[in-house]
Design a protein around this ligand. Structure first.
Ligand code: GDP
Length: 460
């Protein structure tokens, strides 16, 4: 348990007016400081109420003037989020009230919490391991249902349990070889050797399965890159706006308005997407538009899903056909006939029936996207995300540590098979254990933890 001598305070709710705003305190002075700034209604003082109960009363500013009627609760360490004594004041969500309240907490002895400092204290006090602490950050940033569910699973310890199982199996291997080193005259029982090889091979398999989840973790974090391409005026920006549910991109009937790629995150058909609206693809002499067209091509090359838009109200041309074929070479593609609310042009469809690519009709104007949502769900079925919530690696740090552990276990197996001495094998197993320890934070450098927590917001 790390003992922090100072007490931190922060506004834990987002800036701007809201229904409620929360001031949070953690550290040895949390309860005395709350007592100075909060006066319960009735005759009992704050501490005469039980911990974790909500107490109604007045929040006082630095001059002891009541500035809000609030609810206050306190908890005593180690049974709290941070493992320290904590207090929370639930105020009305007025930025001025919260600013005055925070000033009063500072005047009473607290200092401003740094980004992620509450969660960092929880980690230092063993309330959360590092994988769980990272899950707190992922949960705050989750932009999709599945992303939130995985983060919640990881926060509840799903990944940590998996890593601890691997860790503990490797510790068994270590224990055996240490015993062999201590009694060098005794030969290793060949049955035991086979068993140890089996153990190492199982853990190699577990780690490789874990590493295989990185791609999914990345998609959940960043969303599937979905390029929206088509000729100018096909309705790309309108579709982006309809998919987002708000007007992000400029829509005009002047061809070539979108010069640059526009990116936004959303979830559609249960799939987290990173939508990329691109400049219309056409031959142009305008140097700015030319750059935009190059970027559109790059977006297509990097996409995990391509929506090729063709205006159904106009006769489609050879260019549309060529673009569709190009997209299909690069990534899963959906042909999207746009402007479904307008009368369709004379049978543009014939040519496209030959192409084996899912096709849907949408109308951005009347927000009719049902067919498109269904098709996106089919392209990325739910079970791709929803298996074993939390048992996936979600960032590069975790991936790198798991990879090192996997490589070390493979080397250890190789050493065992080559009949190397136990000490050679032990070095590899120790390396694997150290790498796994980094995943959960048992053995991790301070600068690494600092970096992890600095991406959190203040007050978390
Ligand atoms: P982009 O150049 O491909 O991005 O196309 P825009 O989204 O800017 O749209 C070009 C024109 O088509 C604009 O005048 C839009 O209002 C119109 N438009 C786009 N989608 C629809 C639709 O679903 N229905 C109708 N009626 N018009 C649309």
């Amino acid at each position: 348990m790390s003992v922090q001598t100072d007490t931190i305070a922060a506004i834990s709710t987002p800036p701007g007016p809201g229904a409620i705003g929360i001031l949070r305190l953690s550290g040895p002075g949390a309860v005395p400081i709350a007592e100075k700034c909060f006066k319960p209604l009735g005759s009992k003082g704050l501490r005469e109420h039980k911990p974790r109960k909500l107490v109604y009363g007045d929040l006082l500013d630095g001059d002891k003037q009541a500035i809000d009627r609030v609810l206050c609760t306190y908890s005593l360490g180690p049974a709290s989020y941070t493992g320290e004594d904590m207090a929370e004041l639930q105020c009305h969500g007025s930025p001025m009230v919260l600013a005055l309240g925070l000033e009063a907490l500072f005047a009473a002895g607290a200092r401003q919490a740094r980004a992620g400092e509450f969660t960092k204290r929880a980690f230092l006090n063993g309330r959360l391991d590092l994988a769980q602490a990272e899950a707190v950050g992922d949960l705050l940033e989750a932009r999709s249902r599945e992303g939130a569910r995985h983060a919640a699973g990881q926060l509840a310890g799903a990944l940590s349990r998996k890593i601890k199982n691997i860790y503990s199996a490797l510790v068994d291997v270590m224990a055996h070889f240490h015993a062999v080193l201590d009694y060098p005259d005794e030969d290793i029982d060949p049955f035991r050797l086979e068993e140890l090889d089996g153990l190492l091979s199982d853990q190699e398999g577990e780690l490789s399965a874990l590493l295989a989840t990185c791609g999914r973790g990345k998609l959940l974090r960043e969303g599937v890159a979905c390029a929206i391409v088509g000729r100018p005026n096909a309705g790309k920006s309108s579709l982006l706006n309809a998919m987002l549910g708000w007007d992000r991109a400029i829509v005009t009937d002047i061809p070539g308005t979108t010069r640059d790629t526009v990116e936004e995150r959303c979830e559609l058909g249960g799939v987290p997407l990173r939508l990329i609206d691109t400049a219309g693809l056409r031959n142009t002499d305008d140097p700015v538009e030319k750059l935009g067209v190059e970027r559109s091509r790059r977006a297509m090359e990097e996409a995990g899903l391509i929506l090729v838009l063709i205006d159904a109200s106009r006769p489609a041309g050879e260019e549309d056909f060529a673009l569709l074929q190009e997209a299909m070479q690069l990534a899963p593609t959906i042909l999207v006939w746009t402007k479904g609310d307008l009368p369709a042009a004379a049978c543009p469809v014939k040519r496209y029936e030959e192409i084996s690519c899912p096709a849907v009709t949408v109308s951005a104007k009347v927000s009719d996207l049902d067919e498109l949502c269904n098709e996106i769900s089919c392209a990325f079925p739910q079970d791709l995300w929803s298996e074993h919530y939390g048992e996936i690696l979600t960032n590069a740090r975790q991936e790198e540590a798991a990879k090192r552990a996997w490589e070390a276990v493979r080397r250890a197996r190789g050493a065992l098979e080559a009949g190397m001495t136990p000490d050679a094998l032990l070095t590899d197993v120790e390396e694997a254990l150290a790498a796994l320890g980094e995943l959960t934070g048992q053995s991790v450098r301070e600068d690494v933890t600092d970096r992890i927590f600095s991406r959190f917001c203040v007050g978390k």
